[in-house]
Design a protein around this ligand. Structure first.
Ligand SMILES: Cc1ncc(COP(=O)(O)O)c(C=O)c1O
Length: 381
């Protein structure tokens, strides 16, 4: 059967590697597991498995809005924030319309845009940073404003975040007809006071939609719950494409339970802070230079082929992410783990440094292939 022509340009999602004989530090999950309060809520919800869940998602929206100090009408939950992305594409993108996406970022923006046959333009990221200047240059390169701009902050896979001033600079200088989608999947981990909080800006910018998730800080990746935050008008538009019962009952219960568990968030942040410190010290000792991450992972060049590097580390008991599919074939991304997990990782990193000596150069921009080209209509995920 002939499939739609756009599908031939789409490549399947590359997930972080999972092995039965290794700990998983390849998908930026919460190393503490799920929030115990969320688990308890899921156990209770299991008894109602024969009844359709709340299709209007009233309880979940109210809980999220209460937590954030906003209105339930400004929230749209999804089956992971991934689903909210495809809802955004299905609501706003017409075939051929231009969308701007950073050169090295999460693959699902391109997936959602391609699904709707939009035209993808990659914004260059010299020194692996997406800057307002590069975005605005790409915007101005054509007479018609782009339909949408996707900004991941803190960015997966670099961990680098937009400052408040940078995000405002973009929002103040693009057309109101251009949708700005800010993905805050890792926002809770950010520690610098300068880091942009887009959620606080949605009332001021009606063209802004912010994505959040329960998959990271709340440890609920398998339950698939994320949400969008925007003005009530945008949310009502997105509602038109939302499937009935898009968030399952266990996911709804888990998320509501997790929102009441502030202690778990505090413990998760403390684990991340300690792990970040230890992993940075270890990487520095071995000669690696991680980027300045505001997230729960570190990204660094290995001085050789990252796939071979990941294999060496996996053979010592930890899977990590080689970043070829992000256009960075010489970089690894490693989730910040617990102390015991970092013990395992340390063995792998020491073996790696012995077999493939770290790149002595400090030039994070040094890399190969399409990653160095200018604004392109590339196909990389
Ligand atoms: C930047 C970013 N956004 C979104 C997601 C996916 O979130 P969810 O599990 O809510 O679909 C991820 C998952 O790794 C991510 O890295």
């Amino acid at each position: 059967m002939q499939v739609r022509s756009t599908l031939s340009r789409m490549t399947p999602y590359v997930a972080g590697e999972r092995r039965t004989d290794a700990i998983k530090l390849s998908s930026n999950e919460n190393p503490l597991g799920p929030s115990p309060a969320a688990l308890e809520a899921v156990r209770r919800a299991l008894d109602e498995s024969h009844i359709y869940p709340d299709g209007a998602l009233r309880g979940l929206r109210t809980a999220i809005a209460g937590h954030m100090g906003t209105e339930p009408e400004m929230i749209i939950p999804g089956n992971g924030s991934d689903e909210v992305l495809t809802m955004i594409a299905g609501t706003y993108l017409n075939p051929g319309e231009r969308v701007l996406i950073g050169e090295h970022t999460f693959s699902q923006y391109a997936f959602a845009a391609r699904l709707l046959d939009a035209e993808i333009e990659r914004v260059p990221m010299p020194e692996l940073r997406l800057t307002p200047e590069a975005i605005l240059r790409a915007v101005a390169a054509r007479r018609d404003p782009p339909r949408a701009i996707f900004i991941c902050t803190p960015n997966n896979p670099t961990g680098i975040a937009f400052t408040r001033a940078e995000l405002r600079h973009v929002l103040d200088n693009v057309s109101e007809r251009t949708l700005v989608v800010v993905d805050h999947a890792y926002q809770e981990y950010a520690t610098s006071p300068e880091v942009a909080d887009a959620t606080a800006m949605v009332n001021r910018y009606p063209n802004l939609i912010v994505l959040r998730t329960f998959s990271k800080i709340y440890g609920l990746a398998a339950n698939r719950i994320g949400y969008g935050v925007a003005t009530a008008e945008r949310i009502a538009e997105l509602e038109r494409v939302r499937l009935p019962f898009n968030v399952n009952g266990l996911g709804q219960a888990a998320a509501i339970g997790a929102l009441g568990d502030d202690g778990f968030v505090v413990r998760s942040l403390e684990t991340n802070r300690r792990g970040d410190e230890r992993m940075r010290a270890l990487l520095a000792e071995l000669g690696y230079q991680p980027l300045p991450s505001e997230a729960n992972f570190l990204c660094f060049p290995v001085g050789g082929d990252a796939r071979a590097a990941a294999e060496i580390i996996a053979s010592h008991g930890a899977t990590v992410r080689a970043l070829g599919s992000f256009g960075l074939p010489g970089h690894l991304r490693v989730t910040i783990g617990t102390d015991q997990q970092i013990d395992v990782l340390e063995r792998g990193l020491r073996a790696l440094a012995a077999q493939i000596p770290p790149d002595a150069r400090s030039d994070h921009g040094a890399r190969t292939g399409a990653a160095n080209s200018g604004v392109t209509a590339g196909s990389q995920q």
